[in-house]
Design a protein around this ligand. Structure first.
Ligand code: PRX
Length: 629
């Protein structure tokens, strides 16, 4: 399945367009299926209804684990690097992984978890987080991982939306110089989650936690009671594998659903081709398992490929900004995959944190999550890759399940800031506002995909119509990504950023509507509008305009309360970087907020605000400009 040359890429790409079913059948044949599919693909984007490997039966964990045991059981699956550099690493072989996952799968069964049940995972970056995902998949349960930085309210909303029965968590977590009270947060969340019957708690920090008798159980004690064998549940190719919540322009986060067969085939294929992983190499993706990057390229893609990966508990700047590079040298990492926001932060910290390290084991560098600006690209290329490592700028989304546009390492000619070319099986097109295809090169438009690939979103949990309207209704018969994109003279793709009301802060997707509704919970705020503005480190920052009528509180007090509200309702990642208290917002006569104007103010572009003649009260704009923070 691994492409080796540009010629092979071109041939594979052409075949994937001319005969997509044959193309994917050949790749899918490399996996272990309990029963082979009857038909490769059945699809329409109007429903949408997308089925891959129809009536194929499998269990993804047999492909992630069991398949490797006979020949490579003693190979290392994971090296765990803890938060404190001085603490002991853990090394987990495929055989050990198998035992740990099976024991945990049996614990889930003892909690009466069955195929199709939903399980919430709220964990630090420890190997047990990966075991948790795989144990769910082993018994056919659908995992819903919630990022460890989200608030109790966010966990609660996600649990209730998909009616999870069990939560897998830890007592606490270490993240840099912080200790997070995971179990306390879960306790707070599940108070209002009647569907939860059990909570399993891994001891990570050893802090004292409340254990509710009959509901809460200790992870290790329960696992010790169980056998290291657990028969894999036979799943249909289209059975859901997991739900992952993600923010959009409107309403609460949606539960993006991925299915077993297609997700398996595509994550393995994309992992092996983009990074050009070679046997015995060491791969490190610095993402958290709470995001799609962790799902596809820490857990599934690498394990399906029999790879050895690092699981890193810490953060880039603890104990200092040389931590990533220290880990690279310590373990001799060959492939390193991180986000532009981390690169920019480490660049800002200065080269003194890079110089002590050799970094000579590195072969491939990766970038994901947001557009990488040319300066950061060059810094990464020169100082980390020593001008010899290709940078794969991988564009994709929670909904796409895997990387769709990216160079293949050492195969595709690079261009800084460009995700370059689509992977085989991916057919991007650019359209104008009306949905008309923009042909040719040297053009810019909204990025859509016109043909399904195996790991495309299947539905949004519990609300298929929302899936249709969000992704498949803007332009008929196209999957709409929400991103703007340029195709240059060479046919290379450069993602320019979101064209909807989603803001990409440090590579995290934040919906403005969600933040506004959290801000509005502060008692003095009557209305708010949140927009993005360029931020040196985060890529984009959040700028909140909040209407506060008469109050006895100081602005500082109100701003603090607004931040507290957002922290409590969503989590620290959504706290506004700037808050401006205003007496009104620029609205049209029909009451629509003119975000275009707010964006310009937030960006500091004050001279050319465009047409303001349709505003109900143009004087509001003057006030906003004067009070800019
Ligand atoms: O705007 C694009 C940006 O991140 C969005 C997807 O966010 P999420 O679902 O959280 O997944 C992030 C990890 C895959 C996209 O719509 N994005 C992601 N990768 C890139 C990117 N923008 C530019 N270049 C990228 N390489």
């Amino acid at each position: 399945m691994q492409i080796k040359t540009l010629e092979e890429y071109k041939t594979a790409y052409q075949k994937s367009v001319d005969a997509p079913e044959d193309f994917w059948a050949e790749i899918a044949s490399e996996f272990l299926w309990t029963k082979k599919w009857d038909k490769v693909l059945d699809w329409n984007f109007t429903g949408p209804k997308i089925n891959w490997f129809i009536n194929g039966k499998l269990n993804i964990t047999e492909n992630c684990i069991d398949r490797h045991l006979e020949k490579n059981g003693n190979n290392t699956a994971f090296i765990w690097e803890p938060n404190e550099p001085g603490d002991k690493n853990r090394t987990i072989t495929y055989k050990e992984l198998s035992e740990e996952v099976n024991r945990l799968a049996n614990v889930l069964k003892s909690f009466n978890i069955k195929k199709g049940d939903r399980v919430c995972i709220y964990m630090p970056m420890i190997p047990e987080a990966v075991y948790a995902m795989l144990a769910c998949a082993r018994v056919g349960a659908i995992h819903s991982v919630v990022f460890g930085g989200f608030s109790a309210q966010s966990i609660q909303d996600r649990i209730n939306d998909s009616q999870c029965k069990v939560v897998l968590t830890s007592d606490g977590a270490y993240r840099g110089n912080k200790q997070l009270p995971m179990k306390v947060t879960v306790d707070d969340a599940v108070k209002n989650c009647p569907s939860i019957t059990n909570v399993l708690v891994y001891k990570r920090t050893g802090e004292k936690v409340n254990m509710q008798s009959g509901r809460d159980f200790d992870w290790e004690t329960e696992c010790k009671k169980q056998s290291v064998d657990c028969k894999a549940e036979i799943m249909d190719s289209e059975d859901p594998l997991f739900i992952l919540y993600t923010s959009g322009s409107t309403g609460k986060p949606k539960g993006v659903v991925h299915s077993c067969g297609g997700f398996m085939v595509y994550t393995a294929y994309s992992f092996q081709n983009v990074f050009q992983y070679q046997p015995h190499e060491l791969y490190w993706c610095t993402a958290d398992v709470g995001w799609i990057t962790g799902h596809s390229y820490i857990t599934y893609g690498p394990l399906l490929s029999g790879a050895t990966s690092i699981i890193f508990e810490g953060v880039p700047n603890y104990p200092d900004s040389g931590r990533f590079w220290q880990v690279v040298d310590k373990h001799n990492v060959n492939i390193f995959y991180t986000a532009p926001t981390a690169i920019r932060a480490l660049e800002a910290a200065g080269l003194d944190f890079v110089k002590p390290y050799k970094l000579d084991s590195l072969r491939v560098l990766g970038s994901v999550g947001e557009p990488i600006n040319e300066e950061a690209w060059q810094w990464y290329h020169k100082n980390i890759g020593k001008e010899k490592c290709p940078i794969v700028d991988t564009w994709w989304q929670t909904e796409t399940g895997g990387i769709l546009i990216s160079p293949l390492a050492n195969i595709t000619a690079l261009k800084p800031g460009f995700a370059t070319l689509p992977l085989p099986g991916v057919q991007p097109i650019l359209v104008d506002e009306k949905g008309k295809e923009i042909l040719g090169n040297g053009v810019e438009g909204n990025l859509c995909i016109k043909f399904p690939w195996p790991s495309i979103i299947r539905t949004t949990y519990g609300d298929h119509e929302r899936c249709r309207t969000t992704y498949f209704a803007t332009y008929p018969n196209l999957y709409f990504t929400g991103d703007g994109c340029r195709r240059d003279e060479d046919g290379y793709y450069r993602i320019t950023g979101r064209v909807d009301d989603v803001i990409n802060v440090s590579g995290h997707r934040i919906g403005t509507a969600e933040v506004e509704s959290a801000i509005n919970e502060q008692v003095d705020v009557v209305e708010s509008a949140v927009v993005g503005y360029p931020h040196d480190i985060k890529g984009q920052g959040l700028y909140a305009f909040c209407i506060v009528p008469k109050t006895t509180k100081t602005n500082e007090q109100i701003k603090k309360e607004i931040n507290d509200c957002v922290n409590k309702i969503i989590g620290a990642i959504a706290k506004p970087d700037k808050i401006q208290i205003v007496s009104g917002l620029p609205k049209t006569r029909s009451g629509k907020i003119m975000r275009r104007i707010l964006r310009k103010v937030a960006e500091g572009e004050l001279t050319n605000l465009g047409d303001t003649s349709t505003l109900l009260d143009p004087s509001v704009v003057e006030e906003i400009i004067k009070g800019r923070v």
